[in-house]
Design a protein around this ligand. Structure first.
Ligand SMILES: Nc1ncnc2c1ncn2[C@@H]1O[C@H](COP(=O)(O)OP(=O)(O)OP(=O)(O)O)[C@@H](O)[C@H]1O
Length: 332
């Protein structure tokens, strides 16, 4: 049984607001009239299957791509209006864009220099993300996990209020994912706004407080992770399911038979146990039912995913991307 505690909402700090955001590449609409908000002091998972439009949205948020229409703001300003961007927003969009011949440390020093951040912060950040020794080696030889950590160190250089990370768990082993969770949790506890994208709900389910789920460029669902789990249910196994169902009905608890157990519409394990005891029924199993997040995510997204059907559709998008990439020029 897992229990999640939802941290309190922090009202001050930089909120991310996406309003009616649309991005078209030629005739293809990658992001379609998308609106959502991301609150300070919370970790928000920006979720959707491959090709849903997550990266394109993040790139618009960071002023790297011009929206076709709509707006994306951080603390009320568009990225390009922010005078000291590194102190407001830290981002890691891709884990691969490091000069391969440069050491991780040198990479950060160049960034620190551009941003007017003291060089001692570079070593602090390398320490913080757990790669102080590796940072003296060339980034070309880094594992995916090390590149992720270096990207995170770069994002943190300006001690930003907002952290935007594209697929930060990609390439991390289970220990790395646990480390990332603690790291982000620590930042959100300080009131920072944390937005992380992922194409797997399960990968981030224990990390995020809120979710924004998109598919085909459109919003599917926004809300607290706890709400996504839906109503709590209890699974109970005993010798006589009908007798227990009857006893629970008297206690106003609705049930249905599921395999060799009863699924009771309550989160109150003690109530179910007490009812069984009074009915003189032995309990062989009593636990909270957990939502099958993989199935839920599939249900919410894949059924209508424009990228499914795969080969041809995927190739089409890629060809279009290649053809249009040039037209976007400095905008990309
Ligand atoms: N410059 C571009 N030109 C044409 N199409 C593009 C361009 N950039 C993205 N796309 C298309 O827009 C859609 C959304 O892409 P995007 O990278 O934003 O999705 P994503 O949700 O981040 O997916 P993934 O999880 O695979 O990274 C895809 O179909 C993609 O091919």
């Amino acid at each position: 049984m897992t229990t999640t505690t939802t941290p309190p909402r922090v009202t001050e700090g930089a909120r991310i607001e996406v309003r009616d955001l649309t991005k078209r590449f030629g005739s293809f609409t990658a992001v379609d009239n998308l609106s959502f908000t991301v609150e300070p002091g919370r970790i928000t998972g920006f979720l959707g299957p491959n090709g849903a439009g997550k990266t394109t949205t993040l790139r618009m948020l960071l002023g790297l791509v011009n929206p076709s229409s709509g707006a994306a703001t951080i603390g009320g300003q568009s990225y390009r209006e922010i005078t000291q961007p590194m102190a407001v927003v830290g981002s890691a969009l891709e884990a691969t864009n490091f000069h391969p011949g440069r050491t991780g440390r040198d990479h950060l020093r160049v960034l620190a220099d551009t941003a007017g951040v003291g060089v001692q912060r570079v070593d602090e950040m390398l320490e913080l993300v757990g790669i102080p020794a590796a940072a003296r080696k060339r980034a070309g030889g880094y594992s995916m996990g090390m590149r992720q950590r270096l990207g995170l160190a770069a994002a943190m250089l300006g001690d930003p209020q907002v952290l935007i990370l594209d697929e930060p768990a990609n390439g991390l082993d289970p220990e790395g994912i646990r480390w990332l969770r603690g790291f982000l949790r620590h930042l959100s506890a300080q009131g920072k706004t944390v937005l992380i994208s992922s194409h797997m709900l399960q990968e981030v389910e224990q990390t995020v407080d809120d979710v924004v789920i998109i598919n085909n460029g459109r919003l599917i669902k926004q809300g607290a992770m706890d709400d996504l789990h839906g109503e709590a249910h209890t699974i109970v196994r005993t010798t006589d399911l009908d007798a227990l169902a009857g006893a629970l009905r008297v206690a106003d608890v609705t049930t249905k038979v599921q395999d060799d157990s009863l699924l009771a519409e309550t989160h109150d394990l003690r109530l179910v146990g007490d009812v069984a005891l009074r009915a003189g029924l032995p309990i062989y199993e009593l636990r909270q039912a957990t939502t099958d997040l993989e199935a839920l995510f599939f249900e919410l997204t894949e059924g209508t995913n424009r990228n499914l059907g795969a080969g041809a559709a995927g190739q089409g998008a890629a060809t279009e991307r290649d053809a249009i990439a040039g037209q976007e020029g400095g905008n990309e």
